[in-house]
Design a binder for this molecule. Structure first.
Ligand code: GCU
Length: 646
């Protein structure tokens, strides 16, 4: 039997007395809410009343939980709110010392989604926790684990899931055909009964395969009709399907550019065909030239999303959402915020993060990403006319800044069929954290971590303290011992794992650091590629100038000599040496903090993380020594502190 993460509370059906104050009338969401509470041993003998309220300020998904001498009351305006409320009650009850619970919670983001990059053959693109639990041998599987996954998502307030890879290949095209559509329907019903909408990725080029159409030109009548018929068919069977996520004109995926059309024309083709069914089209902005000549000094991949999308503001239909990666490159340990945020007032946007640790240790290193996501969400975009609505990224993607009809947050998920779901036990903090953060971005990283630790490992103070320290140290540590000062991409290209400083330097991917014997970094200001000018003022001026660019992004924006002095007072080269030594030492500290928990938590759980730390201890030193030696050999500058360089 696999671990059920923080839902591991169901021990028998000897729970509490739950009454429902309303008309049950065959409502699966309410059934599930009631069952969840009843089967929860820790609530034994409590009186809990579930019911509707006419307080519409709770919206479809909010809830209110209160405590009285009679027991507990969970109220919501809609059934989805009730099931979220039921799960939240269980968490709060388990975490609370005095068992008095009084909260009203309404999600801040309209869309709170996970994207699976699961392939139908069972593999997962950039998956680090086993194979897919949705797909096995080109079949769609629905079992107890699927149900537990729906419960996990609901327990955190996620309300959407995309089950297949954005790179739609082979059999996956069949998900919207007769072969699988009824299974997809069954899955949709399961997720729906836990408040989660199902979405699929589709292949934009699908009509090319149809001999009667042979094209994917968005303005071609036959193509338009093909998609209309397709969506009519799909929605006649699955009327509540949320919609589709599309990767087009990207990394070899076909798209509207093939036909000389814009991204808006491509997205609107699908949006118009799906509109009668109230579906949405989530259109990714990860569009760039992945066939760049490294000798070409003008092209800058960082500029691409803005260049392709910014001028199309207002041209997308209102059931299109642009899904934009947090940074302009690709989920590096540190990047600036994509400049499209705060620059497209008339186009729905949502932000895409990655909790699959593709470039952040692949769930073999611990790397709690919530502090990083908080920094991104807290970035001030200085959007024009935002007024009192605010113009931080968090305001833009919650729809506040511009009053978007659809918006929100999604993450590429880190789950798989490994017994513990996420490969590294501590990576579950990211799955938990992203759900909570997208529900309520005002929560601090520590608050989220504390909740997760309490629900997963119990309330022992020492356990809580040590794991919290580990989590909070982990992202900064990874940044320290990997690529420095925002430069990114010093990773092995094949697997995106382990150090390889020049691995991407002479490649076609547009990912360069340009280190020479006397300078390092890229000039991305107005005298360089012009990327810094894509931001609103005063951000544009801040990044324009070496002196005002924050240290942690210096090499992303500027080419500087190794003896350039950072705001910290250190030279660039000394910063590189120091951080790499520190980062590896931080891993020793984290491993020690974990070792102290031996005997205090479940032995197998202890051992699993212990073993990951053994690897991380070695691998962080490998990173340290390869990167430091690389720069030492380039510069021949000795470490001020006389430490060994190779
Ligand atoms: C990264 C990742 C790919 C993925 C792509 C995407 O480049 O390495 O595997 O397909 O992002 O976001 O589409």
């Amino acid at each position: 039997m696999y671990t059920k993460l923080w839902l591991d509370y169901v021990t028998d059906d000897n729970g509490c007395i739950v009454s429902f104050d309303g008309d049950l009338s065959d409502n699966k969401l309410i059934d599930n809410a009631v069952n969840e509470l009843r089967s929860c041993n820790c609530l034994k003998d409590l009186n809990i009343v579930l019911g509707f309220t006419d307080d519409s300020s709770l919206g479809d998904e909010g809830y209110r939980i209160s405590t009285s001498v009679m027991g507990y009351k969970i109220e919501a305006y809609k059934d989805t709110g009730l099931i979220y409320g039921a799960f939240r009650f269980i968490s709060l009850y388990r975490l609370s010392e005095d068992k008095t619970i009084s909260v009203t919670e309404v999600p801040v983001n309209k869309l709170r989604m996970l994207n699976h990059w699961d392939n139908m053959d069972g593999s997962i693109e950039r998956g680090y926790s086993g194979n897919s639990f949705f797909f096995v041998n080109n079949d769609l599987v629905i079992n107890e684990r699927t149900k537990d996954y729906a419960r996990i998502l609901c327990s955190l307030g996620y309300n959407g899931v995309v089950i297949n890879n954005v790179n739609v290949k082979g059999e996956a095209c069949n998900l919207i055909n007769e072969k699988f559509i009824y299974k997809v329907k069954e899955l949709e019903e399961l997720f729906y009964s836990y408040g989660v909408k199902l979405y699929l990725c589709l292949n934009y080029a699908a009509p090319i395969e149809d001999p009667d159409v042979g094209s994917a030109d968005p303005l071609d009548e036959k193509v338009i009709k093909w998609w209309e018929d397709k969506f009519d068919y799909i929605y006649s069977i699955i009327p509540r399907l949320g919609g589709f996520l599309v990767k087009a004109d990207s990394e070899g995926r076909p798209g509207p550019f093939t036909y000389g059309r814009t991204q808006a024309e491509g997205a609107n083709l699908l949006a118009r065909a799906i509109a009668p069914h109230h579906g949405i089209i989530i259109w990714r902005c990860f569009v760039y030239n992945c066939q760049q000549d490294w000798r070409d000094l003008k092209t800058d991949r960082a500029c691409a999303a803005y260049d392709y999308f910014h001028d199309l503001d207002g041209q997308f239909d209102d059931n299109v959402i642009l899904q934009i990666k947090n940074g302009p490159m690709d989920f590096q340990i540190r990047e600036p915020v994509t400049p499209l945020f705060g620059k497209m007032p008339k186009t729905n946007q949502m932000i895409e993060f990655q909790i699959a640790q593709e470039y952040t240790g692949q769930q073999r290193h611990v790397c709690y990403l919530i502090p990083w996501f908080k920094e991104v969400l807290g970035f001030e975009t200085y959007a024009e006319n935002a007024g009192k609505n605010g113009s931080k990224v968090v305001d833009v993607v919650s729809g506040k800044t511009f009053g978007y009809k659809y918006s929100g947050m999604c993450a590429v998920t880190n789950t798989g069929n490994d017994e513990n779901w996420t490969g590294h036990d501590l990576a579950a903090a990211n799955l938990y954290g992203f759900g909570r953060l997208s529900f309520d971005p005002s929560l601090s990283s520590e608050e989220i971590a504390n909740e997760w630790i309490g629900l997963t490992y119990g309330n022992d103070e020492k356990v809580r303290e040590n794991i919290l320290k580990i989590l909070m140290m982990s992202w900064p540590a990874y940044e320290k011992y990997s690529a420095p000062l925002g430069i990114g991409w010093m990773v092995c290209p094949a697997e995106h794992y382990g150090p390889d400083p020049d691995g991407y330097e002479y490649s076609r991917w547009g990912t360069y650091h340009k280190a020479t014997h006397d300078t390092v970094g890229l000039e991305r200001n107005s005298t360089g590629t012009g990327y810094s000018m894509q931001y609103n003022e005063p951000n544009a001026s801040m990044y324009e100038n070496v002196d005002t660019t924050p240290d942690e992004l210096l090499l992303f924006f500027h080419k500087v000599p190794y003896d350039h002095v950072l705001k910290s007072g250190k030279t660039v080269i000394q910063h590189i040496y120091d951080t790499h030594f520190e980062g590896a030492e931080d891993v020793e500290t984290m491993a020690r903090l974990w070792d102290e928990l031996n005997g205090m938590i479940d032995h197998n759980a202890f051992k699993r993380v212990f073993e990951r730390f053994e690897h991380q201890l070695w691998h962080s030193k490998e990173w340290r020594d390869v990167i430091n030696s690389y720069f030492y050999r380039k510069t021949l500058i000795e470490d001020e502190k006389g430490r060994e360089l190779y």
